[in-house]
Design a protein around this ligand. Structure first.
Ligand SMILES: [Fe+2]
Ligand SMILES: [Fe+2]
Length: 171
């Protein structure tokens, strides 16, 4: 069982992960409307990963004998003005999520909940990768700013991303 505050924070984290999925579906729709189907594909995969992140918390809470509460999920931003604007928002969002994961780890440590700490270690590592992915993509968007051909090359690269569902986490 989790402490009341750790359970509450994990319930909130599930909503944050699914909110993240909503943001990336919103970006997928934006890129589709701009005919940037590679960017749209990259965001589709990103959203699938976020759903699995939520599922990881969902299953962990159940596995320690607690019950998940599904909380309100906010409407995601949709007024993106350029690829650079969208990706830069994505990076800032991931930084907020990293802070949230770090806070969960802090609570788990204060609680002396080693099982939660081990579970959260996966997310600590994952957030390093998330920020690195968005950071690299942001720098590439800056490189091709105002260069239509460069943007189409980048779009083709992003079309190759595929979702690899973890074997233990099929949803
Ligand atoms: Fe996530
Ligand atoms: Fe993420």
């Amino acid at each position: 069982m989790l402490s009341a505050r750790l359970l509450q924070a994990m319930n909130e984290q599930i909503a944050k992960e699914w909110f993240s999925a909503g943001i990336y579906k919103s970006m997928e729709a934006y890129f589709q409307s701009e005919d940037l189907l590679g960017f749209a594909n990259w965001m589709k995969v990103q959203a699938q990963e976020e759903l699995v992140h939520g599922e990881r918390f969902f299953r962990f809470v159940a596995s320690v004998g607690d019950r998940v509460r599904i909380l309100k999920i906010d409407e995601p931003k949709s007024d993106f003005t350029s690829p650079l604007d969208a990706i830069s928002y994505g990076l800032s969002h991931e930084k907020v999520v990293t802070a949230s994961i770090n806070n969960l780890m802090k609570i788990a440590k204060e609680d002396g909940n080693h099982a939660a700490e081990i579970m959260l270690q996966w997310f600590i590592t994952e957030q390093v990768e998330e920020e690195a992915n968005f950071g690299l993509l942001l720098r590439k968007c800056k490189m091709v700013e105002g260069d239509g051909r460069g943007l189409l090359v980048l779009d083709q690269e992003l079309a190759t991303r595929v979702f690899a569902p973890p074997a233990d986490m099929v949803i």
